[in-house]
Write a protein that binds this ligand. Structure first.
Ligand SMILES: Cc1ncc(C[n+]2csc(CCOP(=O)(O)OP(=O)(O)O)c2C)c(N)n1
Ligand SMILES: *[C@@H]1O[C@H](CO)[C@@H](O)[C@H](O)[C@H]1NC(C)=O
Ligand SMILES: *[C@@H]1O[C@H](CO)[C@@H](O)[C@H](O)[C@H]1NC(C)=O
Ligand SMILES: *[C@@H]1O[C@H](CO)[C@@H](O)[C@H](O)[C@H]1NC(C)=O
Ligand SMILES: CC(=O)N[C@H]1CO[C@H](CO)[C@@H](O)[C@@H]1O
Length: 826
């Protein structure tokens, strides 16, 4: 059956031309793209790669099958995924040809990352493993290590990860390969990223939305993705949706997404088919790119997509014990799981491995591949998929502007988001090709739109926005924003993901997967905290990976100001997600005012290899600190706010701690109330901007020494925390600090509705009245003067709270920031 080309080709490079009506046309292809020598050599490469991949799953000894295999040669635990490997080696072999032919700069992103053996075998063949990990030399010793060590302690794991040279994607949780690929090509005009999407993976929500990625790729400024859907028909044990779709269905679906679809499926001629298809895909890309690069961009350009149909577990055993293996889900993992004990399975394995005739491909005595099979391996190491600089260390240092000129005046009110919007505008000006913002349609809502003074949205299907180099991608898919940010960051650039607080949890597990990659990858961790000489467990496990920028999140539109959206928009749980990461990577900041936020974001965008979460308000809130004070405060992570404390905080009866903008505001308001109503009470107000300082000594590089902790929070006084997030998170952090029995934590308590901001504070027990009452209770334990009429004062505060509630119900509005705001000038 000849290969088919379905759906209409790209319109000629004429900006005025719209794509025609959907049609299906079949074009007979020239299936003599490869000469007979080339065909043999590319088939031999695949055959060698498939042998090595299969051997990796089974053999601990006799790895080149120099004698008949015995049960003793079989690994004790058989781990790995065979089914996807033959498809991956086919793609790899042909990408090499495409790279060599066109002198490309290319990366491969493998959605079915469980196919690690298929990729590792190709990396060994092209000698990219030993370039980073010398023990995997391209000889018998190295090959023996690779095969026998795979999936055993100390060897390569069974999923693609940061240890895999050339990889920029943690290959465990499926669904993200495509969005990562789109992020990687942005602002990399010469880069081609081939992206394999499994047909199981293609069923995921994140992949479904990522198909739209091209609508955000400007072919003049960015490179291109070649998506390859690997339709092998099965997932772990069920058929795939794509496997049951016929040509017209698949073609209609992808045409609707905006692609030109081409099937690669002629099993008798798969190499000619694949070679011709990749040539075609690349030539279509070139057409689109050269049109855009000569000032004639194609509106709604139709980019290529390949649909690769090969049997799952192709070239593996056909069947065993009466069950099909090749072409069925039985080949997904280990096709002969009892090979260690079952004679039939052992014989089947022998026959399977023999079928590759490995002695024709590798010189058995030395373990080196014969030259012909390496014909298409690029001779320049950096051109090999395993050694591209794009995957490893082309880090562009971000130029961060001074934020002090943008600072608000102490004593005024300013929105944290408006302030950092102005800062981001400067960042964009200073870094026109190495910084992007990925946002789920919330940039204006989050009050970050100052950036639009300099830049725009980069939406190629919007004729008003396209081809203008916009630095902002606004797609209403948190998954796609996250994936693009990952791809962009891991190829050496810097990105920011601002989001509503409530919805960042959508990418929780994606962020965790990414952090696993960074944990294994990053060399740059500071190993000791500034306050201790203790060394932290080394996070950096891959010595050869270089620095990358941090992943930067800004959470705003927080639960504290959801008076219009209400309960559905209240969910600070992403903080906890970041807190649970490896401490060396995780950074959570809740800057109390806009100057502190500026200082924080400037730091985060400069910092490398972290996951930074910054939480703040978009509403105008008091500016407590001058730029100089803000800097000092942010460096310290927490400090005693003398102006809000009694006697500058000396010798307190009670310590009140604010964490988060609104919650700190309530603490300061409580302190002012107490000064007036309970003058005998000695109050210390503490601001915490960096959550990580709270954890027990040595638990985190930022964690305070116990002695410093005590000097801020005292040895024995009641400490009342007013915390933005879920109280349990703070409890978890504080566990292990001296005398936690005196610490009380109020925080978001799952109470909310469409109401006033102040009622939101009241219903979660974090209002100034709650804080003031708690302060009196705590202070009464050590201060007789406070103790005598404590219950009366507490009654007054609770009464005032009720009055505030009544007022809001009567008037339909509250007085959030009206009440008291007298900032002493210092
Ligand atoms: C999000 C997610 N859900 C479930 C799994 C478990 N899982 C691992 S492999 C797999 C099937 C993958 O099928 P496909 O993408 O077609 O890959 P291939 O057939 O090429 O192995 C599943 C469901 C996973 N890794 N990630
Ligand atoms: C290896 O096994 C095959 C059958 O699988 C058998 O024909 C052959 O004789 C065996 N060779 C040796 C050296 O035992
Ligand atoms: C392996 O060698 C045998 C015997 O020479 C031959 O029949 C078979 O086709 C070869 N297999 C491959 C995949 O080249
Ligand atoms: C944006 O541009 C407008 C009009 O040119 C100007 O008034 C405003 O100050 C600018 N804002 C920033 C943050 O530069
Ligand atoms: C106003 C005030 O007290 N600010 C303090 C916040 O923390 C920093 C760092 O410790 C101090 O330098 C500031 O004085």
């Amino acid at each position: 059956m000849p290969a088919q080309l379905l759906s209409q080709p790209n319109p000629p490079p004429d900006a005025s031309q719209l794509p025609g009506v959907l049609g299906v046309l079949k074009i007979m292809l020239d299936l003599n793209v490869l000469s007979s020598d080339e065909l043999k050599d590319i088939q031999d490469f695949r055959r060698a790669a498939n042998f090595i991949a299969a051997a990796m799953i089974f053999l601990k000894d006799n790895v080149l099958v120099e004698r008949n295999i015995t049960h003793n040669d079989i690994k004790n635990r058989l781990l790995g995924h065979w089914g996807t490997c033959p498809g991956l080696t086919l793609i790899y072999a042909h990408l090499n040809r495409l790279i060599l032919k066109n002198d490309l700069e290319a990366l491969l992103i493998v959605g079915p990352g469980h196919g690690a053996p298929g990729i590792l075998s190709c990396l060994w063949l092209e000698d990219s493993l030993s370039a980073f990990i010398p023990q995997y030399s391209r000889d018998k010793v190295g090959l023996t290590r690779l095969i026998s060590g795979f999936s055993t302690p100390g060897g390569f794991p069974s999923h693609i990860n940061a240890e895999t040279p050339g990889s920029i994607h943690e290959g465990g949780e499926l669904g993200y390969a495509l969005s990562v690929a789109f992020g990687a090509v942005m602002d990399n005009p010469n880069l081609i990223v081939a992206c394999v999407v499994g047909d199981g993976e293609a069923e995921t929500g994140p992949t479904a939305t990522a198909w739209h990625g091209y609508k955000y790729i400007d072919p003049a400024e960015s490179g291109a993705v070649i998506p390859i859907v690997h339709v092998n028909g099965f997932k772990i044990s069920e058929r795939t949706i794509y496997g049951t779709m016929d040509d017209l269905e698949i073609c209609s679906l992808f045409s609707g997404y905006g692609y030109q679809v081409r099937f690669v499926e002629d099993l008798n001629n798969i190499d000619q088919d694949m070679a011709a298809s990749l040539d075609w895909a690349f030539s279509e890309i070139k057409k689109i790119q050269s049109a855009a690069r000569t000032g004639q961009p194609v509106l709604k350009a139709r980019w290529p997509v390949l649909i690769l149909r090969t049997p799952k577990g192709w070239t593996g055993p056909k069947s065993i014990h009466g069950e099909y293996i090749e072409g069925s889900f039985h080949s997904h993992q280990v096709p002969l799981p009892k090979a260690k004990v079952d004679a039939d399975e052992l014989n089947a394995l022998q026959a399977w491995l023999d079928s590759y005739n490995i002695s024709e491909l590798i010189d058995i005595p030395t373990g080196t591949p014969f030259k012909n099979i390496l014909r298409f391996v690029p001779s320049t190491p950096e051109k090999r998929l395993g050694q591209s600089n794009k995957a490893n260390g082309d880090y562009n240092t971000l130029i961060t502007p001074d934020w002090e000129p943008l600072a608000a005046e102490k004593g005024t009110q300013e929105s944290c988001m408006k302030s950092i919007g102005k800062f981001l505008l400067e960042v964009i000006k200073g870094n026109p090709n190495t910084f992007r913002i990925f946002s789920p349609d919330e940039l204006v809502s989050n009050k970050l739109d100052a950036v639009f003074n300099e830049t725009g949205r980069n939406f190629q299907w919007d004729s008003a926005a396209r081809a203008q180099g916009g630095r902002v991608i606004e797609i209403l898919s948190e998954h796609t924003c996250q994936g693009m940010m990952q791809g962009y960051t891991l190829t050496g650039r810097t990105a920011l993901f601002p989001s509503y607080e409530a919805f960042l949890g959508i990418v929780h597990t994606m962020m965790v997967q990414y952090s696993k990659f960074v944990k294994i990858a990053s060399p740059g961790f500071c190993l000791s905290s500034p306050t201790s000489t203790h060394l932290y467990p080394q996070a950096h496990e891959t010595k050869w990976r270089k620095d990358i920028g941090s992943l930067n999140y800004v959470e705003t539109s927080t639960w504290a100001r959801q008076e219009h959206n209400g309960f559905s928009h209240q969910n600070p749980s992403f903080i906890g997600a970041v807190l649970n990461l490896k401490p060396a990577l995780a950074r959570v900041y809740l800057p109390p005012d806009s100057n502190c936020f500026l200082s924080t974001i400037a730091h985060c965008l400069r910092a490398k290899n972290y996951i930074n979460l910054m939480v703040g308000s978009k509403q105008p809130t008091p500016v407590w600190l001058s730029p100089k004070e803000a800097n000092a405060h942010c460096i310290a992570g927490a400090s005693i706010w003398k102006f809000a404390s009694t006697d500058e905080g000396i010798n307190p009866d009670v310590v009140l701690v604010g964490i988060g903008v609104e919650l700190t505001f309530e603490v300061i308001a409580a302190a002012a109330l107490l000064r007036k109503e309970v003058p005998a009470l000695r109050v210390r107000v503490v601001n915490v901007t960096d959550l990580m300082i709270l954890g027990p000594e040595k638990s985190h590089p930022h964690a305070l020494m116990d002695s410093d902790f005590v000097s801020i929070f005292t040895k024995d006084r009641v400490v009342q925390f007013n915390y933005h997030g879920y109280p349990n998170e703070l409890r978890g952090l504080l566990f292990g600090r001296p005398r936690t029995d005196r610490m009380h934590i109020s925080g978001y308590n799952e109470e909310g509705t469409t109401t006033t901001p102040f009622i939101m504070m009241l219903s979660n027990g974090v209002s100034r009245f709650d804080v003031a009452a708690a302060a009196v209770r705590g202070g009464a334990l050590v201060n007789e003067k406070v103790a005598v009429d404590a219950h009366i004062k507490i009654g007054v505060f609770m009464h005032r709270a009720q009055k505030a509630k009544d007022y809001a119900f009567e008037h339909g509005q509250g007085w959030f920031f009206l009440l008291i705001f007298v900032l002493p000038r210092t």
